[in-house]
Design a binder for this molecule. Structure first.
Ligand code: PLP
Length: 391
């Protein structure tokens, strides 16, 4: 039966414990810059197995300070995946750098290591190698970080993992965020992601100097560490100095309290998402669809469940499927338009045809609802609706 309310593609899970944690902050001494942000940073880095974590007001801000900490500026080149949210690329533009895009693997939809290797080999001949690469763990599945890391040693670039979709995911039995194969990893806590702080993000690293720099850029470029102070006559030395140009990208204690409460349930959320994904896999199998392929080295956090409508098996387009779902009160979505096809990027000179696998994916993909609170009844209804579209 058609539901009264639209079923979204993703949504947060909020319990009374979450609400109590947030209201407790509202009655406390500190709404921001209190004890909960550092506690959340500690819990999160312990969860991932990294040494440091810098919380920010969004993953977009975290990506920006990650680029700044790696010294990205005018004249530098940053590469990311063609299929991602625009923030993975905009963060480099904020720093004045130029960006370029690597094509995806047609099965995992992540940055393709072979395409990357080919592009690097061409770029090295023309002296246009990237300073930083931002691989994106699309839908919650880690990229092949071992391969990407090998290439970084050969070609000398740094790595920021955009793991906005992937808290709770694993690559070769290590949690994403351990930074075994990267300099910095960034997570998002937007409500559609795995856990939420409303708006919020975090950058984790094992490198104390990057940690220090990201803290500086998060808060105006102001430091309270005397060892970082610039030399001044002693009567001019107070307990802080601005030593670089930073931003106000701080997370509040209200957000961190929600994050602290949510992180206790991250594994539960990811397990539930995998259970729901398995049911989709089993129930949508003999339709003219390409279903998600999880590499044997990966455990996905299943932020998104993407189906591709195969043009050689049906004359229905993904737009038609999207519209039929919409009529049935199911809000699907498209993740994502190739970044370089957005009008802003076209103005920068990017052209259609650059990443054929990404463009083919874009013409076929839709994300169907997947979140821990999706009921069996709702999922059965979604499955039946999709089957009816093709039968
Ligand atoms: C959501 C998302 C971001 C940005 O996250 P915010 O916390 O909303 O700033 C960046 N990259 C990817 C891949 C995302 O999905």
């Amino acid at each position: 039966m058609k539901p009264k309310k639209m079923i979204p593609y993703g949504r947060q899970e909020i319990t009374q414990t979450d609400i109590d944690a947030v209201t407790e902050v509202l009655q406390s001494d500190f709404l921001t810059q209190g004890p909960r942000v550092p506690k959340f940073e500690l819990e999160l880095s312990q969860y991932c197995g990294s040494n440091h974590a810098v919380a920010a007001n969004s993953a977009t801000s975290a990506l920006h300070i990650a680029c700044l900490a790696l010294d990205i500026g005018h004249g530098d080149l940053v590469w990311t995946s063609a299929i991602t949210f625009v923030a993975s690329s905009n963060c480099a533009l904020y720093c004045g750098a130029d960006v370029d895009f690597v094509d995806i693997d047609p099965l995992t939809y992540n940055m393709c290591p072979l395409a990357l290797e080919k592009k690097l080999s061409i770029a090295s001949k023309s002296g246009k190698l990237p300073k930083v690469l931002i691989p994106v763990h699309l839908c919650g599945q880690s990229c092949d970080m071992e391969e990407i890391h090998k290439l970084s040693l050969e070609y000398g670039f740094k790595i920021i993992e955009d793991a906005s979709h992937a808290i709770g995911a694993k690559f070769k039995d290590s949690k994403v965020g351990k930074c075994d194969f990267s300099d910095i990893t960034v997570f998002s806590f937007h409500p559609v992601k795995i856990i939420t702080t409303a708006e919020g993000g975090i950058a984790v690293t094992n490198n104390p100097s990057l940690d220090n720099k990201m803290r500086l850029f998060r808060s105006h470029g102001i430091t309270g560490n005397e060892s970082d102070f610039h030399l001044r006559p002693s009567e001019e030395v107070w307990n802080y100095q601005q030593i670089d140009l930073g931003f106000n990208y701080r997370m509040t204690d209200i957000q961190a309290a929600l994050g602290l409460s949510q992180i206790t349930r991250v594994d539960e959320f990811v397990t539930k998402r995998n259970t729901l994904a398995k049911k989709y896999n089993d129930s949508l199998v003999n339709l003219p669809l390409q279903l998600p392929k999880i590499d044997s080295k990966s455990y996905s956090s299943f932020h998104l469940y993407v189906i591709r409508v195969c043009p050689h098996k049906t004359n229905k387009t993904h737009k038609e499927v999207y519209n039929s779902l919409y009529t049935a009160q199911i809000m699907a979505n498209l993740h994502y338009i190739p970044v370089y096809l957005h009008p802003y990027y076209e103005k920068l000179g990017f052209k259609r045809g650059q990443c054929p696998n990404a463009e083919k994916y874009y013409s076929e993909a839709i994300s169907i609802p997947l979140y821990p609170g999706l009921s069996d009844k709702e999922q059965d209804y979604i499955i039946k609706t999709i089957r009816d579209i093709f039968e």
